[in-house]
Design a protein around this ligand. Structure first.
Ligand code: PSV
Ligand code: MN
Length: 426
């Protein structure tokens, strides 16, 4: 299904007057406070977040999976789905693939399809957390950290194969997330597991093309429940440093123990020029992969406040690769991705409104109350019409989920692909 611009306009029609009113109100107010609205809107319009190929079907828990019907069964259809939400949002113009879930058959055709949908390929992700049916060696006891050299070599080779695939698609980065760890005390030797991981990552890094970056993702637990080799940002940072300049830490919001101060991690990594990528999601307890902003929107805003400061003040840090890494069982995945995007854009828009000069002055004056007032005044601003305008001026929908429903997208996808089509991946 292709989204027709005239359908977007039709669905927007009844919203336009209200939008105009709300936008004028907030734009005037902010302009009076000295904000350059055109510049803020440009920043919001530029912001593109990549969609993971594994989030387009229903996610699963170990207790079951509830399919939505019309799920994309092929890579081509996954591209189409991302193209669909990108047409509505104008901000989801990239896809990131997990190999071997999404190995392209015909590269030229896939690239052509992506560009016809205005999409690019973001990072490619290796998968050494599952055994493949044709694999010689098992990852049951780890991959890059395995005590068995043959398993490590197979895992390194897999990463090199993923880089080859990514190169053919125009990707410029590899994300490595390792499940390696242990379930029971004594099962693993922490030091040799770390040394094996470092050695394996260096081999992968050394084989990457010169213009590629390596993103090293960390996670405290799951699927291992006693120890994880790359458990935290410090371990990832240490490994990235050991690899070289083009190796970075990747922060996944769900990969922190409860109440971790993620914004401080962001600030530290950006100061060191080592924040490479970002996986957005939200969580209540662990790596819940819930819709971004569904649980802790204020924490998300504080994280964006550090990201904005870092992007303004830390030229040593590259522009981070933004990705949504959420997936679950209940909502229509495409609607869910649009909700996630909205929460991200709102947090970003609010962070752009923080008066950084006043905040610095209040910090220097040790005026704790003023510091909080400055942050919360930005957080409490209703920026929804700014986000709407940034999307609308690029040809997107004022209210993407409403347009999606008006166009009966899911119904059409079920008609095209069938009620039992199931997405590959998790
Ligand atoms: C692991 O929990 C993770 O966050 C990594 O990014 C994986 O690649 C992704 O989820 C999908 O399994
Ligand atoms: Mn992730």
């Amino acid at each position: 299904m292709i989204v027709d611009k005239s359908e977007i306009q039709k669905s927007d029609k009844n919203l336009l007057e209200e939008h105009q009113y709300e936008f004028n109100f907030i734009a005037n107010k902010l302009q009076q406070k000295g904000h350059d609205i055109v510049a803020r809107l440009a920043k919001l319009s530029e912001f593109q977040v990549a969609i993971p190929s594994w989030a387009l079907g229903a996610g699963r828990t170990r207790f079951g999976r509830f399919a939505h019907g019309g799920e994309p069964a092929t890579l081509e259809q996954k591209l189409d789905d991302v193209g669909l939400i990108h047409a509505l949002t104008q901000s989801e113009g990239a896809i990131f693939l997990h190999i071997p879930w999404d190995v392209p058959q015909d590269y030229a055709a896939i690239k052509e399809r992506a560009s016809s949908l205005d999409l690019v390929f973001d990072a490619v992700n290796s998968n050494t957390f599952q055994d493949q049916s044709n694999a010689q060696e098992s990852y049951r006891y780890g991959s890059l950290a395995n005590t068995n050299a043959a398993s490590r070599e197979q895992a390194v080779q897999h990463n090199l194969d993923v880089i080859d695939i990514g190169e053919k698609l125009g990707s410029k980065s590899l994300t490595v997330w390792l499940a390696d760890g242990s379930n029971f005390p004594g099962q693993t030797n922490f030091q040799s597991a770390l040394l094996h991981t470092e050695d394996s990552l260096k081999k992968i890094y050394g084989a990457m093309p010169q213009n590629w970056s390596l993103f090293i993702e960390y996670k405290p637990y799951e699927p291992n429940f006693y120890s994880t080799v790359i458990q935290d940002w410090g371990t990832s940072y240490m490994l990235a440093n050991a690899c070289g300049d083009r190796a970075y830490t990747l922060v996944d919001l769900g990969h922190h123990l409860p109440n971790t101060n993620i914004e401080q991690i962001v600030a530290t990594l950006m100061l060191k020029g080592k924040l490479g990528g970002f996986h957005f999601n939200d969580s209540k307890y662990g790596d819940d992969d819930l819709t971004v902003g569904a649980i802790k929107p204020y924490a998300l805003f504080l994280i964006f406040n550090e990201l904005v400061q870092g992007m303004q003040n830390n030229p040593q840090n590259p522009y981070p690769a933004w990705m949504i890494d959420a997936s679950h069982n209940i909502k229509d995945p495409l609607e869910d991705l649009m909700q996630s995007l909205e929460a991200i854009q709102e947090a970003y828009a609010k962070a752009l409104l923080v008066d950084q000069t006043a905040l610095l002055a209040a910090q220097s004056a040790q005026d704790v109350v003023a510091c909080q007032e400055i942050l919360q005044s930005a957080f409490r601003t209703d920026v929804r019409s700014l986000v709407q305008r940034s999307r609308w001026q690029c040809g997107g929908a004022l209210h993407p989920i409403k347009s999606y429903r008006d166009m009966e997208v899911r119904k059409n996808l079920i008609k095209e692909r069938g009620a039992t089509a199931v997405a590959t991946g998790l």
